[in-house]
Design a protein around this ligand. Structure first.
Ligand SMILES: CC(C)(COP(=O)(O)OP(=O)(O)OC[C@H]1O[C@@H](n2cnc3c(N)ncnc32)[C@H](O)[C@@H]1OP(=O)(O)O)[C@@H](O)C(=O)NCCC(=O)NCCS
Length: 165
């Protein structure tokens, strides 16, 4: 059980830097490991472990505001999340259709906050990996990793299309 799931809102993130891989004996996600390989030495990777808002309080901007505060605090770093179902959300294992709905909603949520999917690079099957597209951090990633560069380019082309006509 996620520690503060009893409450109405739960939010947890972990901050890593290159040194933390050496110092920790706890398992670190593939996403964080990959990103730590790519970032500059003075940058951190901030992984959102989970974010939850109880159903009666959704679509009021609560989770969005928590993420925006995180973006403000770590404006020069790299914020990542492997977005997927959290068990506590379902009484039974979600069926494929529920799962697709969830991923589509999470996609709207994270892209509305400026995140870009880098799943083609990280390759999760039941989750989608996102990084926040925040200028500096993303330039570093794009320089080091062609797959990330292509995702960003694609996103900017979509934006240009949206404003095109
Ligand atoms: C995902 C979750 C945290 C969003 O919380 P929230 O407080 O409702 O999110 P916000 O109100 O800040 O939404 C911000 C924007 O994200 C998008 N969004 C959020 N939920 C959405 C949904 N269900 N469908 C479509 N778009 C959605 C919208 O663009 C929204 O802005 P808008 O309401 O002005 O259109 C919440 O739905 C939740 O707890 N889900 C279950 C737990 C979970 O799956 N957590 C993610 C684990 S990584």
């Amino acid at each position: 059980m996620i520690p503060d799931m009893q409450g109405k809102v739960g939010f947890h993130y972990t901050i890593y830097n290159k040194q933390s891989l050496v110092e920790t004996d706890k398992p670190v996600s593939f996403l964080v490991q990959d990103m730590l390989d790519l970032i500059e030495p003075n940058m951190s990777v901030v992984e959102i472990n989970y974010i939850f808002v109880s159903p009666d309080l959704r679509r009021l901007g609560i989770a969005g505001n928590l993420i925006k505060k995180l973006q403000h605090r770590f404006a020069e770093d790299l914020i990542v999340v492997a977005a997927g179902a959290i068990k506590e959300e379902y009484s039974e294992e979600p069926v494929a259709e529920q799962y697709e709905d969830l991923l589509s909603n999470l996609d709207k949520f994270y892209t509305s906050l400026g995140f870009v999917s880098i799943n083609t690079f990280v390759g999760y099957e039941d989750k989608i990996a996102y990084v926040w597209d925040n200028g500096r951090a993303m330039r570093v990633l794009a320089k080091e990793c062609e797959a990330v560069a292509l995702e960003i380019q694609h996103r900017h082309l979509l934006k240009l299309d949206a404003f095109g006509d």
